[in-house]
Design a protein around this ligand. Structure first.
Ligand SMILES: [Fe+2]
Length: 394
């Protein structure tokens, strides 16, 4: 699986998609992934069932009897047996963090900015299964991976929900257009388009590539969080009481005191360059518990070097990283590359870019490395479990 796995049709290139549909209107792209998905699905039915029985990532089952129900995971074999005669869908969030091939498939979508890519959710339905008509506040690419699914869309719709507060299912959904998706077909939906997917046969598998819509308040919170971590406590941050005359009115808060405090607080606000740097840190944050799934063996530097000569080095699927202004940021941290020579910097940059985009550094790329400084950086990432020689599966 690589970037040539994406086959934009002649009449819908990536450029046309971005100009005409991205953030604007739904579009169905037939056979965007046909060959790969059919031959070698990145997530199989048995993996979905196995992961749904663990607590590695959030899992739930939505099923329909007289009304819609939801059961949060882990799902037990007894529960799955119980709902056999219902229409059901098992949903697993963030499955890209659990399986190397799911992560690689997910990152084929990096024709969209990496920081907008949120996660890959997989759903497995039996015939008639779905999650009910609903709308999302973010964009999504719905990839049909196995079996067929009917998708119904509505642009103007009544936002009344059914009375199950755990499920935001639209009560009065009326389909305005319909598509049947076959394996390899992809339906792009911008935010706030109501949609309803119904499996046409047993074993219908859909991958949902969810996109992040950053909320400015959340980002502000994170930017200030990183800033507060960096502020060192110095005497300048203390209030200078000597300059403040005691008030004659105990109920008053003097202007002088208010000015002194607000002035000191304003001086502590982050400057634009720091805001941007903290923003970069915040968009590379990852979930620590999920990050821990890669447990590398404790090995010496020379053993690491030896293994590197024979194996590709894979990214930990939970690692989020980008280059910004010549610095490397990963999982809310910054890797200091300032001590490297210009040549060493060029080499490590190209290796780390290969790691982020292709999700691994190939043996061939590593074989060219002569500098121990660069190998030490890779060894550091290995010790942090951010890269691994393993292929994750369940
Ligand atoms: Fe949805």
């Amino acid at each position: 699986m690589n970037h040539s796995s994406i086959n934009w049709p002649n009449d819908l290139s990536e450029k046309v998609f971005k100009q005409k549909y991205w953030q604007q209107k739904p579009v169905l792209v037939r056979n965007l992934f046909s060959k790969d998905i059919v031959k070698n699905p990145p997530i199989t039915q048995s993996e979905i069932i196995r992961i749904s029985q663990t607590d590695l990532v959030p899992t739930k089952c939505i099923y329909k009897g007289k009304a819609w129900h939801v059961k949060n995971g882990p799902l037990t074999p007894t529960f799955l047996k119980k709902i056999e005669s219902n229409c059901w869908t098992i949903l697993i969030d963030k499955i890209n963090t659990q399986l190397t091939y799911a992560d690689r498939f997910f990152h084929l979508f990096n024709f969209i900015d990496l920081f907008r890519l949120k996660d890959l959710m997989v759903s497995l339905s039996n015939k008639g299964g779905g999650v009910g008509p609903h709308f999302d506040s973010y964009d999504v690419f719905l990839v049909q991976a196995y079996g067929q699914k009917l998708w119904q869309l509505s642009h103007r719709f009544d936002r009344t929900f059914t009375n199950n507060p755990d499920l935001k299912i639209l009560k009065y959904f009326k389909s305005e257009e319909e598509f049947v998706l076959n394996p390899g077909d992809v339906l792009y939906l911008p935010p706030n388009v109501a949609h309803n997917g119904i499996a046409i046969q047993d074993t219908s598998i859909t991958y949902s590539i969810g996109l992040r819509t950053p909320n400015i308040l959340d980002l502000t919170d994170k930017v200030f969080f990183y800033h507060m971590e960096n502020i060192s406590f110095d005497s300048d941050s203390l209030l200078d009481y000597k300059k403040i005359k005691p008030s004659t009115n105990p109920m008053a808060f003097s202007d002088q005191l208010a000015n002194q405090i607000s002035g000191k607080i304003s001086n502590l606000f982050p400057k634009p360059a720091e805001i941007k740097k903290n923003l970069v840190k915040s968009i590379t944050e990852s979930d620590d518990e999920i990050l821990d799934r890669v447990g590398n063996n404790e090995i010496s530097f020379s053993d690491f070097h030896f293994l590197l000569g024979k194996n590709n080095l894979n990214i930990n699927p939970s690692m989020k990283a980008i280059f910004w202004k010549d610095n490397f940021f990963y999982n809310g941290e910054e890797l200091d590359l300032s001590t490297l020579s210009e040549k060493q910097y060029r080499i490590i940059k190209s290796l780390l870019e290969e790691l982020i985009i292709k999700r691994m550094i190939s043996v061939k790329s590593v074989s060219r490395i002569k500098s121990s400084c660069i190998l030490e950086i890779l060894f550091f990432l290995y010790q942090q479990n951010l890269v691994t020689f393993k292929h994750l599966s369940i």
